[in-house]
Design a binder for this molecule. Structure first.
Ligand code: PGA
Length: 253
């Protein structure tokens, strides 16, 4: 089956961390993504917007992709402080995270907003990484599967104009050191896969599904081995080059 052969993608979400002096960390990641590792895992670094241009220049010609952490849906206009998908592409980025729970919570982004941002990404030629995930309260209330299904239904359009990556990140696992059980991740990723195949047919089988939330070198191997987990979206551990590379090495083994 096609989805059994999806290459893993490990994407680092630096969030609001990193200055120009952090470029050395990117050098270490590029060097560590050697031919052997690059043959089985894709790597991406999503620095803050101020560093996308410098990072993309540095990663040019390497096997490491650079992405943004958010974009606005419009291509340009009077939106002080925001950046367009076209600007990320112009700076050399090839992807953008949309709908991260910190954006959904701190900036009140709805599923419709996230869908508009994903559409902006495709318009600009970027790969959207669409994030979904339930809160602790929703999981405890037995609603995790329903909440995530609703987020996916609303955050993706009925027709996919391009490639997309979906990241399942339980809100309660982000930055907390807590992770769901392997069985819970398997249940969620299996359900997402079925939903995507039902909606998009064969194309739904080749959408990469990342797990995110407290992924560390110590838990990466067991999480990355779960069926329909095709990589990781990594926050805190992506800020330590050796940890980020160790997570990548734990994929596809
Ligand atoms: P974390 O963050 O790895 O620090 O838990 C993951 C994310 O927010 O993408």
């Amino acid at each position: 089956m096609a989805h059994g052969h999806l290459r893993h993608l490990v994407a680092g979400n630096w969030k609001m961390n990193g200055l120009r002096a952090s470029t050395g960390m990117l050098d270490t990641v590029i060097e560590g993504h050697d031919a052997e590792l690059a043959a089985r895992v894709d790597l991406m670094v999503c620095p803050p917007a101020t560093l996308i241009g410098a990072f993309a220049a540095k990663a040019d010609g390497s096997t490491v992709a650079i992405g943004g952490q958010d974009c606005r849906a419009e291509p340009s206009g009077a939106f002080t402080g925001d950046i367009a998908a076209e600007m990320i592409a112009d700076a050399g980025g090839s992807a953008v995270i949309v709908g991260h729970s910190e954006r959904r919570t701190l900036h009140g982004e709805s599923d419709a907003d996230v869908r508009a941002k994903a559409e902006a990404a495709w318009r600009a030629g970027l790969l959207p990484i669409v994030c979904v995930g339930e809160t602790r309260e929703e999981r405890d209330g037995g609603r995790a599967l329903a909440v995530v299904a609703r987020q996916i239904a609303g955050s993706l359009p009925d027709a996919l104009p391009g490639d997309v990556v979906v990241a399942y990140e339980p809100v309660w696992a982000i930055g907390t050191g807590l992770t769901p059980t392997v069985a819970d991740v398997a249940e969620m990723h299996g359900a997402i896969r079925r939903q995507l195949i039902e909606r998009y047919g064969e194309a739904g089988g080749s959408i990469r599904l990342l797990y995110g939330g407290s992924v560390k070198p110590a838990n990466a191997a067991e999480l990355m081995a779960v069926a329909h987990v095709n990589g990781a979206l990594v926050g805190g551990a992506s800020l330590v080059a050796d940890d980020f590379l160790a997570i990548a090495r734990a994929c596809g083994v």
